[in-house]
Design a protein around this ligand. Structure first.
Ligand code: C2E
Ligand code: SIN
Ligand code: SIN
Ligand code: FE
Ligand code: FE
Length: 405
């Protein structure tokens, strides 16, 4: 594809769009896809903020938000895990756009004619002190005009930073981009649904390992990885792609438990050493599902499934051989354990401690945190535990978002 600069000026936006769509098609997870779509669209329109709502059970669920004025990195990650919904009805702007499936550009949210069916909801502005002015609200339509969600861009700015209405270019090109993006969102949702379906199969076997547990562990890992990579100055694009993979891969960490007999899996008491040896096989059983390693996601899934019970001090399992029970099995330790598995170990144990299991009650938060702290440097990579505490606000937001029902 030729470089933008060699093209007639009016083709440049189309090329940018094509390039962005191509990048989106390389993402697997719905959160990363939403993040990229919103970022690209905001960049195109020079919008200060934006959010995305997705259709779920005939409602619009608030699913993604960015705001350059209000949010630093951690508050923005916390805001992502808010949970609220809107009806698909004409009263709200987002609902109206969902209902009519047509884009709507509003120059000033505080100056909408009372004769129109929709009104601007000032709750967010009132709570945050933000002043919403211009809005561009766009339906996300996949094939056959199927509504996937709604994106709202907030406060377009001119070159001097002044808030202005969205331009003709914005209202022409951003919806074009969004229609392609909607297909990617659907694919991301399908990927995650597929994994959750696999997990529901596992849950039929072990009702204590719930979908909520799996979502929490995935999100904990994604956020810890993001903070870890940011510390090292990794590029945001690279961080996002890896964060995407680690979230999905971590959701599969215990998939091997489907191969463990009920009498052991559901035993409402402490396991005997023999039973525990069988239980430990869940790492090897699960990893076998990913022997093909067709993609980065497969490779990371295998790393996590195999390595999430390894310990920083080498006392974990399964270690280096295929059978953890053999006497000559050599341990693996420290940074020999893949980063993704070291992260998942912290996430998984914290969530197991904080949840009820067939063999234990949920522990109070204080006790969970004390155990993590005590085991930093023995069970866990101490830097990962440090990061866990650093982003604890985000961890709490994830717990609120994905509660056991
Ligand atoms: P899980 O329930 O998801 O627990 C994951 C990990 O969290 C455990 O790995 C352990 O490192 C940590 N953990 C869980 N509960 C506690 C606790 O009360 N105190 C402390 N300090 N750590 C805890 P582990 O031990 O390798 O166990 C792997 C899996 O084996 C567990 O997954 C669970 O499914 C099963 N399991 C472990 N112990 C028992 C048991 O006594 N009874 C039964 N029925 N299952 C057990
Ligand atoms: C972009 O190209 O930056 C995405 C938004 C758009 O083109 O409409
Ligand atoms: C990374 O190193 O960036 C994450 C992949 C891994 O080591 O598991
Ligand atoms: Fe496990
Ligand atoms: Fe687990």
């Amino acid at each position: 594809m030729p470089d933008d600069r060699e093209c007639p000026k009016d083709q440049a936006p189309v090329l940018t769009i094509l390039r962005n769509i191509d990048e989106i098609n390389n993402l697997n997870d719905v959160d990363s896809i939403l993040d990229k779509i919103l970022l690209d669209s905001r960049e195109f329109a020079n919008a200060d903020a934006g959010s995305i709502f997705l259709v779920e059970d005939n409602h619009l669920t608030f699913s993604y938000v960015q705001n350059d004025t209000l949010f630093d990195e951690q508050t923005s990650q916390t805001a992502l895990y808010q949970n609220f919904t809107l009806p698909i009805s004409e009263q709200s702007i987002v609902g109206y756009v969902a209902k009519t499936k047509k884009s709507l550009s509003i120059p000033d949210a505080y100056d909408i004619s009372p004769t129109l069916p929709y009104a601007f909801n000032k709750d967010f502005d009132n709570k945050s002190g933000y002043r919403t002015t211009s809005l561009l609200t766009i339906p996300l339509l996949a094939q056959e005009s199927r509504l996937v969600g709604v994106m709202q861009l907030i406060n377009a700015r001119d070159d001097s930073g002044k808030t202005v209405p969205f331009s003709n270019d914005d209202t022409t090109y951003v919806p074009l981009f969004c229609n392609n993006a909607a297909v990617a969102i659907e694919r991301g949702i399908m990927n995650r649904e597929l994994i959750l379906r696999m997990m529901r199969m596992a849950e039929l076997r072990d009702p204590m390992e719930t979908g909520a547990h799996v979502q929490r562990v995935g999100a904990f890992c994604a956020e810890m990885y993001g903070a870890w990579a940011a510390r090292r100055g990794h590029k945001p694009k690279e961080i996002k792609r890896q964060r995407d993979n680690i979230r999905l891969a971590a959701m599969l960490h215990d998939i091997g438990k489907v191969g463990i007999p009920d009498a052991i899996l559901k035993k409402p008491a402490k396991l005997t050493p023999e039973e525990y040896a069988v239980m430990q096989q869940h790492t090897l059983l699960g990893a076998r599902l990913f022997n093909n390693e067709r993609s980065n996601l497969d490779a990371m899934s295998k790393e996590i499934i195999l390595g999430h019970h390894e310990r920083w001090d080498g006392a974990g399992y399964p270690g280096r051989t295929a059978d953890p029970a053999t006497p000559d099995n050599k341990p693996i330790m420290g940074e020999e354990i893949p980063l993704s598995a070291r992260i998942c170990a912290v996430a998984d144990v914290f969530d197991a401690l904080a949840s009820a299991r067939s063999y234990k009650e949920a522990y109070p938060e204080e006790k969970c945190l004390r155990i993590l702290e005590e085991k930093a440097g023995s069970h866990f990579d101490p830097e990962i535990v440090e990061i866990f505490f650093e982003i604890f606000d985000v961890i709490k937001a994830i717990q609120r978002r994905f509660q056991d029902t």
